[in-house]
Design a protein around this ligand. Structure first.
Ligand code: SF4
Ligand code: SF4
Length: 384
């Protein structure tokens, strides 16, 4: 396992982090400790010392599982991170925030948390209350003074610009953000965080958030050994010098072994190979543009079809071999819309199968894409 300093915290963390959001659960929705705890221990035994959880994960029982798992280890060698809701003004009030924190410490059954993250922090919430006297940031500082929390950071799905703003407040030791080869909009925020000495943790190194993509195709890596998509995804994230930790939400022993092995191999990788991974990602990104650049000129469709979003998933399938992720995303199209991290928010509109072939969109496409034909192909490939 390779380790890196986590920003200016003085702590050293594993480049692979254990995301405890998808640990095995029982039918009632609570964590299946008998299966989850050995998995966490397997990861720790393999060298992972960065563990990420949150107040809300697995209906509040993920923190209990982490607490149980780490009992037999030297607490000082581990970097346990959890999240606390703070955007809502009620949760953000100093007293309420402290009450939640104390509940979380009780769940972990441990005296301190290495880093507490404001969960899904929004710039507006920070500006309006979180950063103001009497609210969450003041409560976090008090908790630091009392030894309950060592470091303070935030996670965010806000716009790239707002995440950079939050970074530039210089109030935080670490940030958890979305970054992968399909979604590079946070590169500026990563650079900014690294410049000022923050630790950077990345969630969702592959499109939908899963690293273990069963059956993902091996891609031609021009002289590299053939790598599966999950490993390319991890290498891409780790190749960014600003990134400290890539999180994987692991819930199977073989997934843990696979990700640890990828991290072990990464330690031997030099700059030349890093450039090859970057080149491969760039080439595939160019290939995606051959199909649809997501310019949106064809929109709106009078029948409500979200043309570029359908083609995005077709690209995942065709260019990256991420068929499972593409099908999962395609199945989410609904008249009510759905939230998608890769699309910076809510995706509205309908799936390719709703196209009635009116032909209105095709003359508007600067790429001259035969939209009707390709939508049919998309529906056939992803709709079953
Ligand atoms: S051809 Fe299909 S996608 Fe294009 S505008 Fe008509 S209904 Fe919409
Ligand atoms: S106009 Fe063409 S390239 Fe642009 S989003 Fe529509 S299909 Fe894609």
């Amino acid at each position: 396992m390779k380790y890196k300093p986590y920003g200016k915290t003085g702590r050293t963390v594993s480049m692979l982090g254990f995301g405890a959001m998808r640990l095995p659960a029982q039918k009632d929705g609570t964590c299946d400790y008998a299966r989850a705890v050995p998995m966490l221990r397997e990861g720790i035994d393999a060298g992972i010392n960065y563990i990420d959880t949150a107040r809300g994960y697995i209906t509040g029982t993920s923190e209990i599982a982490v607490g149980k798992a780490i009992k037999s280890y030297d607490r000082e060698t581990l970097f346990v991170v959890t999240k606390i809701p703070s955007n809502d003004i009620e949760n953000s009030r100093e007293l309420e925030w402290r009450k939640q924190l104390e509940q979380q410490l009780a769940r972990f059954d441990m005296p301190y948390i290495d880093m507490i993250l404001f969960h899904g922090l929004k710039w507006d919430a920070f500006n309006e209350h979180v950063g103001k006297p009497g609210y969450a940031l003041a409560a976090a500082r008090a908790a630091q003074n009392d030894g309950l929390v060592r470091h303070v950071g935030f996670s965010s799905h806000d716009s790239a610009e707002n995440i950079t703003r939050l970074v530039e407040t210089r109030e935080f030791d670490g940030v958890l953000l979305q970054y992968n080869f399909l979604d590079r909009r946070n590169e500026g925020a990563i650079d900014a965080a690294a410049r000022i000495g923050m630790g950077v943790t990345v969630m969702g190194p592959v499109a939908g958030g899963r690293l273990g993509v069963p059956g993902a195709v091996a891609l031609d890596g021009e002289g590299m050994e053939q790598m599966r998509v999950p490993e390319i995804a991890l290498r891409f994230v780790w190749s960014n010098p600003g990134v400290t930790v890539a999180l994987s939400g692991m819930n199977a022993m073989d997934q843990i072994h696979e990700n640890v092995a990828a991290a072990e191999r990464m330690t031997e990788i030099g700059d030349a190979e890093r450039r090859k991974v970057a080149g491969l990602v760039e080439r595939n990104a160019e290939l995606m543009k051959l199909y649809c650049t997501a310019c949106g000129y064809c929109m709106p469709c009078p029948n409500g079809v979200n043309i570029p979003e359908n083609f995005r998933y077709m690209n995942w399938h065709k260019v990256w071999g991420l068929t499972k992720e593409a099908k999962e995303a395609y199945a989410k199209f609904s008249p009510d819309g759905f939230w998608a991290p890769w699309a910076t928010g809510q995706v509205t509109g309908l799936s390719a199968s709703e196209c009635v072939e009116c032909g209105e969109c095709e003359p508007k496409c600067p790429q001259n894409i035969p939209i009707i034909k390709q939508l049919k192909e998309t529906a056939a490939a992803l709709g079953s």
